[in-house]
Design a protein around this ligand. Structure first.
Ligand SMILES: Nc1ncnc2c1ncn2[C@@H]1O[C@H](COP(=O)(O)OP(=O)(O)O)[C@@H](O)[C@H]1O
Ligand SMILES: [Mg+2]
Length: 148
């Protein structure tokens, strides 16, 4: 049933749990995993770890959010190759609105499942779901597993 699994990572603890679930499922279903992280070059949508410091110029800003998401992916890859060396996993850095990019990738890549966290970094804790997970759940072309 689940042969291609897409997992969305933003560097949050919630997304780390989502990755764990995705890996476990991938092993059981002999599925491949693509982990994606989307950087959104818009200061107002800033959604990074708390100790992240804002750079001065837009160019620096772009470079640093890109680097942040690159690091999220490379660290996840490191973790996976250590935990499940036999697993077929790749990573993809994307640019744009996170929810739209995730949905688009799932559609174009014919993914069978999207796994993501219920919350991310720096969300509003009163809300039931994060804005990205909410939007993906609403528009996804396949089942979505939202990990609390
Ligand atoms: N920029 C992103 N790239 C990839 N995945 C993301 C991104 N932002 C959020 N996600 C995924 O969506 C989940 C929920 O995050 P989000 O909806 O942004 O909640 P919050 O509003 O609390 O930040 C995260 O755990 C992660 O799996
Ligand atoms: Mg977020």
């Amino acid at each position: 049933l689940f042969k291609k699994i897409l997992v969305a990572l933003d560097g949050s603890e919630h997304a780390d749990h989502a990755l764990e679930c995705a890996l476990d499922l991938a092993e059981k279903y002999a599925a491949s995993v693509l982990s994606v992280s989307v950087f959104h070059p818009e200061p107002l949508s800033l959604d990074l770890e708390p100790n992240f410091t804002l750079p001065q110029t837009t160019e620096q800003f772009l470079i640093s959010i890109k680097a942040y998401h690159e690091k999220v992916l490379s660290e996840s890859l490191k973790r996976v190759t250590k935990l499940k060396p036999k697993l077929n996993i790749s990573t993809k850095l994307m640019k744009g609105r996170p929810a739209d990019e995730i949905v688009e990738e799932a559609r174009e890549g014919n993914f069978d499942l999207i796994v993501m966290g219920s919350r991310g970094v720096g969300g509003i804790s009163q809300l039931l779901l994060g804005s990205v997970s909410d939007r993906v759940a609403d528009h996804a072309p396949c089942p979505v597993l939202i990990v609390r």
